[in-house]
Write a protein that binds this ligand. Structure first.
Ligand code: HEM
Length: 412
């Protein structure tokens, strides 16, 4: 069993990890200890599925890893509210209770209402793009669409930049790649966010409303205490962070794959505009599999355990590498090919698996469906304007295109 050369967490490998994944799969390396990160990383579809099915051993309570605080940071945080572990960073029973209450907020009527807004917003963005004939697709479409969705749900439709700034600050804060000044800025940004959110929660408690936030405030499940203000602040922050960059990356990376595979683009264009919605839905699944923007998520190992023939000690850090599992040839035939009609595309793990599987998956699937249904119908002849201008930044957990210069024409 020859391990791939190099190291997964080297910046150039994080930017383009697919040779590394292929070599690992071909060599039968299902998991490995990456000394540079002092962590185990799990690559195979089978073992990623095993880990996510055993939350009592592989815990999501990884908040303690998120950078040691110090006096200056503590003093800034003291101006805000508690930030208890919720959802993504909580284990049973806190997680189970949170999830029951949050599931109520993602009701079919709420998701359908957001879908209608998404279509309106997609068309508005495409019409603006049409006037230009080209530009950075990430800035012109892939960022503003998901940001608009969450901005609208938290009363900031007129200030989407604020949502993006809060979301970026939250990602940066835990990236471990920022300097001290930015760290302090990010902590201040978090307290600003809490202040804004607290005002809004008070308003919804007093006056009600018609958005995701009101659904969280009003969520009741028999036998469970309702969500507290602090929990709602934390959950809404997860919606911003977990929902923005990931959706942006899938839309931008998905369009890039269509441009790179003209025969797939032709099939997709023939299906868009309501002609074959099933194929567009399947294409979104293939984009998720292929791009896997939540490339790796942490777990903390709670007890000594054996996994894939390796002994792992309690207290170890472990990363489930969803992006590698999605290229596992044991599950996906010819995994590096991008095929919009792939039969088992939906078996991907881009949304995770098990109890923590993405709570926003229905919503973001609809959002991406609408985006491509409209884009491919209204615009034509997408081309890369500048191959060298395509940008992907190294990040241990998230991967996605952050600049995509393209040209296009208005469809006849
Ligand atoms: C393409 C878009 C998205 C991708 C690829 C994605 C990916 C993921 C993944 C991989 C997980 C599992 C984490 C784990 O294993 O511990 C997750 C969880 C989560 N996602 Fe998403 N997500 C997306 C969109 C969204 C949206 C739109 C929202 C909210 C509006 C959202 C909110 C969440 C939350 C709150 C969790 C934590 C759930 C829990 O721990 O029970 N995500 N997401």
């Amino acid at each position: 069993m020859n391990k791939p050369a190099g190291n997964l967490f080297a910046p150039e490998t994080l930017v383009d990890p697919f040779d590394y994944y292929r070599e690992a799969h071909e060599a039968g390396v299902k998991l490995e200890f990456v000394a540079e990160a002092n962590a185990w990383v799990v690559y195979s579809y089978e073992l990623v599925s095993e880990v996510t099915a055993k939350p009592e051993i592989y815990s999501n309570d990884f908040a303690s890893l998120m950078g040691a605080a110090d006096e200056e940071i503590d003093a800034i945080l003291a101006e805000g509210w508690d930030n208890p572990p919720t959802l993504l960073t909580a284990d049973h029973p806190v997680h189970t209770r949170n999830r029951k209450l949050v599931n109520l907020a993602f009701s079919a009527p709420r998701v359908n209402a957001i879908e209608a807004d998404m279509r309106k917003k997609s068309i508005e963005l495409i019409e603006k793009m049409a006037q230009k004939g080209g530009g950075d697709f990430v800035e012109d479409f892939a960022i503003p669409l998901p940001v608009a969705m969450i901005a609208q749900q938290i009363g900031l439709d007129n200030d989407p930049k604020q949502v993006k700034d809060w979301s970026d600050a939250a990602v940066d804060r835990f990236s471990q790649l920022i300097d001290r000044e930015r760290q302090l800025e990010c902590v201040r940004s978090f307290v600003d966010y809490q202040r804004y959110m607290k005002g809004l929660i008070d308003d919804r408690r007093a006056n009600g409303g018609d958005d995701l936030l009101t659904d969280l405030v009003e969520a009741r499940v028999e036998g469970e205490t309702p969500l507290t203000d602090e929990e709602i602040m934390s959950i809404m922050q997860q919606f911003m962070v977990a929902g923005n960059e990931t959706t942006t990356s899938t839309i931008a990376g998905g369009l890039l794959q269509l441009i790179r595979n003209p025969e797939q683009m032709a099939k997709a264009k023939a299906a868009a505009g309501g002609r074959d919605p099933k194929l567009i839905q399947n294409m979104v699944e293939e984009m998720l599999r292929y791009e896997s923007p939540s490339a790796g998520i942490w777990r903390v190992v709670k007890e000594d355990v054996e996994l894939g023939g390796e002994k792992i000690a309690a207290g170890s850090m472990l990363q489930v590498r969803y992006a590698a599992a999605n290229r596992d040839p044991a599950k996906f035939e010819d995994p590096d090919a991008f095929l919009i009609d792939r039969k088992n595309a939906r078996a991907h793990l881009a949304f995770g698996k098990g109890p923590h599987m993405c709570v926003g998956n229905m919503l973001s699937r609809k959002e991406m469906f609408v985006a491509f249904d409209e884009l491919l119908e209204r615009l034509d002849n997408f081309q890369l304007a500048d191959e060298g201008g395509i940008t992907i930044l190294p990040n241990i957990m998230l991967r996605g295109v952050t600049k995509l210069p393209i040209t296009y024409e208005v469809a006849k």
